[in-house]
Design a binder for this molecule. Sequence first.
Ligand SMILES: Cc1ncc(COP(=O)(O)O)c(C=O)c1O
Length: 391
Amino acid sequence: MPVYLDHAASSVLRSEVRDEFLAHLEVVGNPSSIHGYGQSARQLVEEAREQIAKAVDCNRSEVILTSGGTESDNLAVKGIFWQRNGEDAARRVIISAATEHHAVIDPLEWLEKSQGAEVIWLPVSNEGLVELDALARVLAERANEVALITLMWANNETGVITDIHEVTALADKYRIPVHSDAVAAFGHLPISFATSGLAAMTITGHKIGSPIGVGALIVSRNTKLVEVAHGGGQERGLRSGTLSPALAKSFALAAELCVAEAEAMAAKHAKFAGAILKSLSAIKDIEVTLSRGGAAGLPNILHFSFAGCSGDSLLFLLDSAGVSVSTGSACRAGVAEPSHVLLAMGRTEAEASGCLRVSFGHSTTEAEVQAFIDALPAAYASAKKAGLSAK
Ligand SMILES: Cc1ncc(COP(=O)(O)O)c(C=O)c1O
């Protein structure tokens, strides 16, 4: 039985969503065309927008459909920075944290290198929590220079949750827009954009059981941003490009389903995490990164570190035993790197290379979890024999 416990990387396509995708795949017409075919295609996209708006509790006009999380993050941080910096050249500071996903970190570094921005990276505790006292201090000193704040709702490697409401309350004192990457959080935590105080929020479909290649940036009605892609002026002029009714409807159904199931799924995932944690306690040298009950964590992500072997060798050994998990860290151009998230949490390179992420999704079964529990001790023993040489 193949075991897939890497839903935080990309989840499994839901069967209802596959049916929805196929049902609309042959829809004829460009949703921007004014003839009947175009109107029917447009109607599907607008239905999808309404469904997505309900799922994240926002107004339908606030849903900007994109190709996924990376595009949404780029649009948010570049678009808000250009808008605010264009209105007031003194506003060139962006506040973020080094535990963000590369879809945020890399555009920020690019803005710094080529667009005159200055990024302030907030300190992160060794449990992975962004230090919000430091945010308050930076704002007190430099609020007039800040263009935006971008902090993820929950971390995709460790599962650590940021108190976004506290972030927006701090920012609101100075009327500074906040963007949050909610890719890892959506479907696993209750999310209301309307009450979040956010200016913009990123979500993507393939983490919640929709096909890859569709997502959204939720942009509040009073947030202005400069577009990144120029063209046909679709999506309030913020994201040009012809929309796919099939992808939009698939994403919308996945969003509806994951919100409807979130509570029951969180309870199921907490049970799975409990079973794995219990089994880990019997293995010497394994340390659970996130002390559950301490730092708040996503129910579907379990992250742990261990001594004496690299996460990659453990990952390969588990994979050859039919169990797919992840180290959670980036693998760029086929070269494994130590996790930038763990480095930001104060771990050494060796420690940041010795970790594993298990993540559950809508399709995860008890049998899969048990197969992981059964395979881990032998894989860990073999990986330890190989030492840290897998890099
Ligand atoms: C937190 C986070 N943000 C953004 C992304 C990028 O999303 P996409 O793969 O839809 O471009 C991911 C995907 O790994 C993610 O985990």
